[in-house]
Design a protein around this ligand. Structure first.
Ligand code: GUN
Length: 284
């Protein structure tokens, strides 16, 4: 079997077009959706990511402001700024770029964000909403993965989904989203014995470990859907995921590439969440 590609670039483009249309509709009512991005310190990767977030927002008609702070910013000052943004009705989404410098307590910082503006979906209230099936913001990466499954018309009901990785940002929320769509879900992680025994049973595998070749062809059931959340570099410095793409493509039914798979979807879902925050604030 040669797997069909789930094209994250094309899907993200379609989602951005939809966001742009809904943004225009809000603007016609006098509401400008606005995202405030806070970056502390000078981590080069974070500088690139936040620049992308601003550019994506602007290109879609959303307004994004990037506030940068020195690495030695006090926690009190950061929390005070977040509280100001919470109180500012013209701001619909607040995103504090991670990682934060070590002297700042990331949990405390995230819990200070108003859950109604938590477009990253990292607040405990957002996590709780996902667990209980209440409306709230879903973390962008697993949300994007769900959109990819939706885009191929995949019915998760009764299917066995295996998530590799148990992070708060990807693995755990991914498992809950799959469960919400009535999949039978297994979460595998670094202490799992015989990972392959689990993945070979899976109709859907989501690999979110951050390590190359975590999933190889011999570990995949023929026809399975394989979603690769990984972002790694090989010896040649080329971007690659957690999945051995070449090998697994020969076995899987569907596969997401890296680059051009989950990455662009993560970026697109931040725009969706920001727009939705504005729509909810407007009572739309
Ligand atoms: N750092 C890397 N990815 C992310 C993300 O999605 N949100 C935030 N806030 N920080 C990040």
């Amino acid at each position: 079997m040669t797997a069909r590609l789930i094209d994250g670039n094309a899907l993200a483009q379609a989602i951005r077009a939809e966001v742009a249309g809904r943004t225009q509709a809000l603007k016609a009512r006098g509401i400008q959706p606005r995202l405030a991005i806070l970056l502390v310190g000078e981590d080069p990767a974070s500088q690139v990511y936040t620049k992308h977030k601003v550019a994506d927002s602007t290109a879609t008609g959303l307004q994004a402001t990037l506030e940068t702070f020195p690495a030695d910013l006090s926690e009190a000052a950061l929390l005070a700024r977040i509280r100001q943004l919470n109180a500012d009705a013209s701001v619909h989404g607040i995103l504090v770029q991670l990682p934060l410098p070590r002297h700042l307590d990331a949990s405390k910082v995230i819990e200070t964000i108003d859950p109604a503006k938590d477009v990253d979906g990292f607040h405990v209230a957002s996590a709780g909403a996902l667990v209980t099936g209440q409306p709230g913001f879903w973390p962008c990466t697993p949300y994007g993965c769900m959109k990819m499954l939706e885009s191929i018309g995949y019915d998760l009901r009764g299917k066995h989904a295996v998530v590799i990785g148990r992070s708060n940002i990807v693995g755990k929320p991914m498992a809950l989203m799959l469960l919400q769509r009535s999949a039978t879900v297994t979460i595998c992680h670094s202490a799992t014995t015989d990972l392959a025994a689990h993945t070979r049973q899976a109709d859907v595998v989501v690999a979110a470990v951050g390590k190359r070749n975590v999933l190889t062809a011999d570990m995949v059931k023929p026809g399975a859907v394989v979603i690769d959340v990984g972002m790694n570099r090989n010896e040649q410095g080329k971007l690659c995921g957690d999945v051995d793409f070449e090998g697994v493509s020969a076995v899987a039914g569907w596969i997401t590439p890296v680059p051009g798979g989950v990455g662009p979807m993560t970026r697109a879902m931040l725009l969706v969440n920001t727009l939705e925050a504005a729509e909810r604030a407007a009572g739309a």
